[in-house]
Ligand binder design. Structure first.
Ligand SMILES: [Zn+2]
Ligand SMILES: [Zn+2]
Length: 288
């Protein structure tokens, strides 16, 4: 897969399907889950659905999401939710709970509980408590399955998302987009002052801002974007002046939109004069 979705795109996707009141598709959900990088992101992903959680397919909850829960309480909660909705026989729920529980006694209790739901687990599971490594291994196997079976669905799915995204952003004036981003940036600084580290995943908004403010002109060579994308927008790439990997910030004063050539050049040559030029442009972007 050459493109991937980051957390901010995934959260936006959830908002958009909520707005359009469409039922989330199983394959799409699996794809999103595949892109999440850690348990914190899994939680943000799941919480973003809010009331919409009720519309998530059981198959997704019981055969995909469950493997990614690494917190015992979260697992119990999801299990309860699923069992209250369906009579189907879901080994995976009880097994996952055993892997996360801390003692053999608890494991035995879970096996007994499973029986009440006509689920025979077998005594072997009694010794498999407290094995996060098995959880991690199951995640790995699940992800490999995605690469095999679903990766080819992704480009089409991503294109659909891009169309939804374009329509959504069309309705937001540039000034409002900027204000929204600035508000989140300030919240973040305030949070940090009181010791809270909460980063609002906003790269999708930052990218949109940088592209729009550039008006289709590369901010290094000042030439028009070389082509338009499938949605008819000038193709430019968003570059972080101080790299995110070097603690650069995802803020509008740290990004510019570049043509693919210049983007390559910047990364390969890292010329001081180029750096100065785009830094100036980024500051000017703030005033557009
Ligand atoms: Zn250029
Ligand atoms: Zn870059």
């Amino acid at each position: 897969m050459d493109t991937k979705m980051d957390l901010s795109e995934i959260l936006l996707w959830i908002d958009l399907i909520k707005k359009e009141k469409t039922r989330p598709d199983l394959n799409e959900l699996k794809m999103m889950l595949y892109f999440l990088e850690d348990y914190k992101q899994v939680k943000e992903f799941y919480n973003q659905f809010g009331e919409y959680k009720n519309r998530l397919p059981f198959k997704f909850l019981a055969h995909s999401l469950i493997h990614f829960l690494e917190d015992y309480e979260d697992c119990v909660e999801l299990k309860k939710h699923i069992l209250s909705k369906t009579k189907r026989n879901y080994n995976s729920l009880f097994i996952h709970q055993i892997l996360l529980c801390k003692s053999q006694e608890e494991a035995m209790n879970i096996i007994a509980e499973a029986k009440q739901y006509d689920t025979e687990l077998g005594e072997i599971w009694a010794s498999r408590y407290d094995s996060i490594w098995r959880v991690k291994n199951n995640q790995k196997i699940w992800k490999e399955g995605i690469e095999h079976d679903q990766a080819e669905l992704f480009p089409e799915m991503y294109e659909e998302f891009c169309e939804m995204k374009v329509k959504y952003f069309e309705r937001i004036p540039l000034e409002q987009l900027k204000q929204n981003i600035l508000k989140e940036q300030t919240n973040e600084v305030d949070n940090r002052k009181v010791g809270k580290v909460s980063v609002f995943p906003r790269s999708v908004y930052i990218k949109e801002f940088a592209k729009r403010v550039s008006k289709g002109i590369c901010q290094l060579c000042d030439e028009k974007a070389p082509f338009v994308d499938k949605q008819g927008n000038p193709f430019l790439e968003v570059h972080h002046i101080k790299y995110l990997s070097q603690k650069g910030t995802d803020t509008i004063d740290n990004v510019v939109a570049l043509c693919p050539n210049c983007h390559r050049k910047i990364h390969l040559l890292e010329l001081d004069e180029d750096f100065k030029k785009i830094k100036k442009k980024a500051l000017r972007n703030m005033e557009f």
